[in-house]
Design a protein around this ligand. Sequence first.
Ligand SMILES: Cc1cc2nc3c(=O)[nH]c(=O)nc-3n(C[C@H](O)[C@H](O)[C@H](O)COP(=O)(O)OP(=O)(O)OC[C@H]3O[C@@H](n4cnc5c(N)ncnc54)[C@H](O)[C@@H]3O)c2cc1C
Length: 332
Amino acid sequence: MQRIEGEVSGIDVARRTVAYQADGAARTLTYDRLVFALGSRLAHPPIPGLDRHAFDVDTHASAERLNAHIAGLARRNPSPGQFTALVVGGGLTGIEAAAEMPGKLSAAGAESPRVILADHAPRIGSDMGEGALPVIDEALRALGIETRGGVSVAAVDAEGATLASGEWIAAATIVWCAGMQAHPLTAQFPVGRDRLGRLPVEPSLKIKGLAAEFAAGDAAWFLVDGVHASVMSCQHGRPMGRFAGHNVVCDLLGRPLLPLRIDWYTTILDLGPWGAVYTEGWDRKLVSRGADAKRTKELINRQRIYPPQSGDRRAILDAATPTVQAPPVRFG
Ligand SMILES: Cc1cc2nc3c(=O)[nH]c(=O)nc-3n(C[C@H](O)[C@H](O)[C@H](O)COP(=O)(O)OP(=O)(O)OC[C@H]3O[C@@H](n4cnc5c(N)ncnc54)[C@H](O)[C@@H]3O)c2cc1C
């Protein structure tokens, strides 16, 4: 096996080639089988000023840029929105980002930090279901986070955001968390994609209608239990990756492919210093909340999503076994 470090720029399914840039040169690889796992990206609608002035937490680098900006707020000339953070997007990422903001702004020198979490849906966190909504409301209230539903951002500048209603919100920190799109190279496969730009795959992770191409993670979707579409998440991306890796080798060797089926679904949403909320099932029944749910979340974020940290090669390879893990442990 060879690892190549490069930036993939094109995929030609008819010729079975991948074009990429490495060491400043354009190169091409041919393949017998391909696994496409380039993930997703934060959606950037063409809102004036968004790319220039808004921050995000989509990558480690962009989260570090946000942290550096917040750390420097106290050195700016005083302004009405100096210690106000407007987080746009009331889905899971926006809620988690907002829950961290009061603490970050206080650490940066704010005496009265203001955090506003806005979404164009009428209710923040509405995707989280009836069981979790009151918990999210309680946590956001306890953290002093203002919520604004029914809000649409029309423009962003260095001092704040203008809403479609004409209202201006003074905020030196705007964090954009409004929606994900599968990697744009998914457009190079000759198949229909879903509204998130994802490639349709069989339970074997082979792209529907193609002979040699597999896809996994945020760039792909299938009905995980025969009914519900996979969700852009590590919960689904990790088993998809394990099965795609196994099946691509089986396909080369002419062996049967293993279908992936996942019969459980959980959501564990971090709520910053308040704790977390853990729900189970597609109807999101409340399992635990507060510090109990946070213990689960920390086990996921610090252990479960990583390969074995022992560095032991056998253990790392074993972690790629094509199996579906049990749901995360509950406490309380
Ligand atoms: C802030 C945030 C919080 C999240 N929290 C959770 C959570 O709590 N629970 C959960 O289940 N999910 C969470 N997710 C979602 C989760 O991170 C993704 O679902 C998961 O990372 C998708 O895995 P992936 O392998 O498909 O894509 P990625 O993890 O994005 O990996 C794609 C890889 O492809 C590489 N790549 C991209 N383009 C190219 C190219 N042109 N050439 C070469 N390489 C390329 C990238 O560098 C990257 O290494 C969160 C996401 C974000 C942004």
